[in-house]
Write a protein that binds this ligand. Sequence first.
Ligand SMILES: NC(=O)c1ccc[n+]([C@@H]2O[C@H](COP(=O)([O-])OP(=O)(O)OC[C@H]3O[C@@H](n4cnc5c(N)ncnc54)[C@H](O)[C@@H]3O)[C@@H](O)[C@H]2O)c1
Length: 309
Amino acid sequence: MLAIADVSRETAQKVSERCGIPRVAEHAEEILANPDVEAVLVCSPTETHADLVVKAAKAGKHIFCEKPIAHSLPKIDQALLAVKDAGVKLQIGFNRRFDANFARVREAVTNGEIGKPQMMHIISRDPAPPTISYIKVSGGIFMDMTIHDFDMARFLIGDEVESIYTAAAVKVDPEIGKAGDLDTALIVLQFKNEVIGTIDNSRKAVYGYDQRVEILGSDGAIATANCYPNQAVISNAYRIQRDLPLNFFMDRYTDSFVAEMRAFVTAVLQNKPTPVTGIDGRMAAVMGLAARKSFDERRPVRLEEVAQA
Ligand SMILES: NC(=O)c1ccc[n+]([C@@H]2O[C@H](COP(=O)([O-])OP(=O)(O)OC[C@H]3O[C@@H](n4cnc5c(N)ncnc54)[C@H](O)[C@@H]3O)[C@@H](O)[C@H]2O)c1
């Protein structure tokens, strides 16, 4: 039994036709009430996630939930408690863990191929900012965009961050500033295992989606470059050039979206733990809250200051 619901029936209809989903339900509750449904994907706007997760857990469904779980820790904890009480599986949509480049970096760290990690750099710049109406409900750059990089940092290093220092600004669009948000940020991470890391974010890189990481270790370094639609290099008497990188997440991360969904379905079918847990979702949100607090108070913030709030 496969079904889709959306507050816009027209949207649900279009997606059902495009993806071959046989049934369009009137609302999410109709799907949750169906005993033939084993698992649900919560891909609606962030402010709806926590309530839907609670309802789905109470209905005994396994849950895939897009990032972030919610914008506030009480809401996140409410959702995680419902999941725990119901004993259902929860996977959070940190798809980048399933990207072949980043998975290889993690593998190199795990295998000791670069010795003991010392420094980590994540560059994560979007080609263009979202609409101002999206910015207003996004929870801010750290909860909406950097949250992927916070998860990536924990994933690559395999340890928790102790404190965060944020320098940030509005450089791309003053309207983003008027909406109370930021569009440019440099974040310094201090890990518990003493690795030092940076995250470099911009809502607008004119040359396209810029997604790179580098880790320096005691025995070497590992780095990943951007992904391109082709490998052609054009050389003439004046310059050597190539086409721009894959433009945005739907192109750059297509394979990772498929792989994360495979991993979720496998976890449900084989009754195994999901590879990206509710705790992973919570930790990334804690880091997002700490990053904003650091910017607001112009000082490094220990994660425990935020997590205990
Ligand atoms: N993992 C990623 O790379 C990635 C990328 C983009 C968005 N996201 C996340 O996915 C979520 C959705 O983002 P989006 O940009 O697609 O949002 P969106 O505003 O386009 O909404 C998605 C759909 O949800 C529907 N909707 C709204 N309220 C609903 C409800 N109560 N029940 C059912 N459907 C409802 C809307 O009509 C819309 O069709 C967000 O949480 C966002 O953070 C993740």
